[in-house]
Design a protein around this ligand. Sequence first.
Ligand SMILES: [Zn+2]
Ligand SMILES: [Zn+2]
Length: 246
Amino acid sequence: MISSFLTAYDWKAGLVLLVLVVALGKLGRWLVFRVPTFRQVRDLNLAEDKLRLAREKYPAMIKRSVRVGVWTNLLYFFVMAPLVVSFEPRPVWQILLQAVLILMVYDFLYYLTHRFVLHASPESPLALLRYLRRVHAVHHQARDPSHIDSFYVHPVETFMGQAVFHWTVLGLGLALGDFHVASVAIASLTYIQLNTFNHVKFEVADPKYRVLNWISFKHHVHHIDMQKGNYATITLLYDRMFGTLD
Ligand SMILES: [Zn+2]
Ligand SMILES: [Zn+2]
């Protein structure tokens, strides 16, 4: 058991994954903010964020959430991911397909968790579900979110949300065989960036950016109250399939 764990554990691939996610995330932000429209959107969101951060509850909740997020991510990058990532060469199409597979399976599992656990009925006979609905209600306090609201999440929900992604990567990797480190980097970056971006106030007139307007708008609709759909975070495909697109 221990020897098969040690054989599967590729700490170098895990470390490269972490470096790729951090470095590409930074490079991506640097490139994006060279575009004047995105700088304007950033400034608008930073101004909104500042107003929210002045309220006592925001920094306190974000601090607790970030602390849990850091520990969950340490576990992911140093224990879970090294078991299922490798440098074994693969064609580009396979690398991309693996990333899409991770994201689609994750999105489905997150859809189910968000719809049936975090939005469980307040009258549910299960005390745990009623508690988790109240946990999620913290994030829903923002009726018209800005960038900072992607971090205004109860620590229990931060743990759950990240666990769904991390266990998807680990579970698929153990079931199907190792992923290329680039596949998991692409999937991790897309997951992180989309979960942040969908809270950004993004309403620009230029039709070039209509997909981005749509992504932001759809998650803002979800925040109007706790009755709206749009439970998935990557594509909303499952909301379309199961009739919960609002
Ligand atoms: Zn929700
Ligand atoms: Zn949200």
